[in-house]
Design a protein. Structure first.
Length: 516
């Protein structure tokens, strides 16, 4: 297996994502316990403003960089690879500085009319330095993805998460601030500090790479060539950024609308922020656990499919796409079953809030559709159809927005209106993305082998977990152990079942590890 093969890169990123997500998940659990439901709600409110800001600089440009670099590498045009990195970095940092200045000058407007909480002005200021840092990190990671070298990004993500966790939890543990505003500000400052740690790793790797390729001279002053590359970056990144920005703005509007509509339903401000924190800050992170695998696949699919598409290798594109969809099904189905049947024990163990489990149970089925539309979106991005995926996403988010506005304000529904809207929108986005993908390429998913077999295997897994769980509780094991051990046993049973039923064959595994 070559070091830069599609599968090797995916495996490396899956391992890195697992470590990062595990640390991030542990961090969110600890943060939820320290800040409480209201503090987590406030943290997510200010974080969504930050998300909108970095979308402008960190969505379109990195995608453009990875696609351009992948195509230049196929052509063995190493000179223009370095030039692409230089021009994209200048463009990204220029936009970042402008955003920081505009945000700082409009701080009062944002906290008064957008976030609608005077508790978060210092938290927003603490996030401003993270904008150029995140931008530069995103560009450097995409540069290495285009080179099909995923190790620098994997290391940077792990370091970033370690630094963030130790910084925030360490300070909150040592100083134990009683002021909720100060605690939330420390949590937001941790994003900046963590990003600095990851960026340092990327810069050191870039310097090492430049030393090894010192014979490759790039004439940055070549105006015609530089202008051509700048136009390529803008032509790819601009529509992607605009489309993604609209998506994020709509998503953020949904998030800010939830507390307001809960108040219309009769909740107080504190109660509405608390409910918001329980669903968005505690339940939603669990739904994205399968993204440990799907994110790794998507990151590799975009530059790989882009390069294959430039060479018109349709068979290779279809093979990698179907493989990614099959993996998404094999991962998301058992996770959805576990969350549905063990929602209360999981939330009791993680958050000491079994009541949050009801939200997780309701949302469990959406995990499958989230994972699939994530993968399909990555395939379409690689094919250069990113605008279509964003249109599909906007349609789904519009449905969610309507559900939030009308359903959340109904007293007998409340926060469940948000959950209903989220489930419907996830399913609609999946259907739209799937229809779009089928229009551009053939997808041969076998219903019995690739869908029914994992479903039946997941049912067997659940039966084993339930019996093991009851037995461990009967003999007096604590709740944490009685959930963890049966889940591990059930996971092994599931793996055995999908092999025995032919959903995954040994020759397929051999094929995967020889996949270039």
């Amino acid at each position: 297996m070559k070091k830069k093969s599609f599968i090797y890169s995916t495996i490396v990123l899956i391992i890195a994502n697992f470590l990062v997500r595990f640390l991030g998940f542990l961090y969110k659990v600890l943060l939820s316990r320290v800040l409480g439901s209201e503090g987590i709600g406030l943290f997510h409110l200010v974080f969504h403003v930050f998300l909108v800001l970095i979308t402008i600089t960190s969505s379109g440009i990195p995608i453009a960089v990875s696609k351009i670099i992948a195509q230049k590498m196929i052509q063995k045009n190493y000179r223009e690879c370095k030039k692409t990195l230089f021009i994209s970095t200048i463009l990204g940092l220029f936009l970042s500085v402008i955003l920081c200045i505009l945000t700082f000058k409009n701080l009062e407007f944002l906290t008064t009319y957008i976030i609608k909480s005077d508790k978060l002005s210092k938290s927003l200021v603490a996030l401003l330095p993270a904008i150029p840092i995140v931008t530069l990190s995103s560009i450097l990671r995409s540069y290495f993805y285009g080179l099909k070298d995923v190790m620098p990004s994997a290391r940077a993500q792990i370091v970033e998460q370690f630094v963030r966790v130790f910084f925030v939890i360490g300070i909150l543990h040592v100083f134990e601030p009683t002021d909720l505003k100060l605690s939330v500000m420390i949590a937001t400052l941790g994003i900046t500090v963590g990003e600095i740690g990851g960026l340092i790793i990327l810069i050191f790797k870039l310097k090492s790479f430049n030393v090894r390729t010192s014979k490759i001279r790039s004439n940055i002053g070549d105006f015609t060539s530089s202008a051509s590359i700048l136009w390529q970056i803008i032509s790819i990144s601009f529509p992607t950024t605009i489309a993604k920005l609209v998506s994020v703005l709509m998503q953020s509007a949904n998030m800010f609308l939830v507390p307001h509509r809960l108040q219309v339903a009769g909740y107080s401000l504190e109660q509405s922020v608390t409910k918001f924190g329980e669903v968005v800050g505690m339940t939603m992170p669990l739904l994205f656990l399968p993204f440990i695998v799907t994110s790794a696949l998507v990151v590799n699919l975009i530059p790989n499919i882009s390069a294959e598409n430039a060479l018109m290798r349709s068979t290779s594109i279809e093979s990698k796409s179907i493989l990614a969809l099959r993996v998404a099904l094999l991962i998301s189905i058992p996770v959805a079953f576990i969350f549905f049947f063990f929602a209360m024990p999981i939330c009791s163990f993680l958050y000491n809030k079994p009541s949050v489990g009801i939200y997780l149970r309701y949302l469990a089925a959406s995990i499958i559709f989230l994972s699939l539309h994530h993968i399909i979106g990555g395939i379409l991005h690689g094919l250069g159809k990113q605008v279509l995926t964003t249109i599909n996403y906007l349609i789904g988010m519009s449905i969610h927005l309507v559900c939030i506005y009308y359903l959340v304000s109904i007293p007998r529904l409340g926060i469940n209106g948000f959950i209903i809207g989220f489930m419907i929108s996830s399913f609609i986005i999946f259907l739209l993305n799937l229809s779009t993908l089928k229009y551009f390429m053939s997808i041969k998913i076998k219903f019995l082998k690739h869908i029914v077999s994992p479903l039946m295997s997941a049912i067997v897994m659940i039966v084993v977990i339930i019996l093991s769980n009851k037995y461990l509780i009967y003999i007096g094991f604590p709740i944490g152990v009685s959930v963890l051990i049966p889940t591990l046993i059930g996971g092994l049973i599931y793996l055995l079942c999908i092999i025995m039923t032919g959903s995954v064959k040994l020759k397929t595994i051999k094929y995967i590890f020889s996949f270039q």
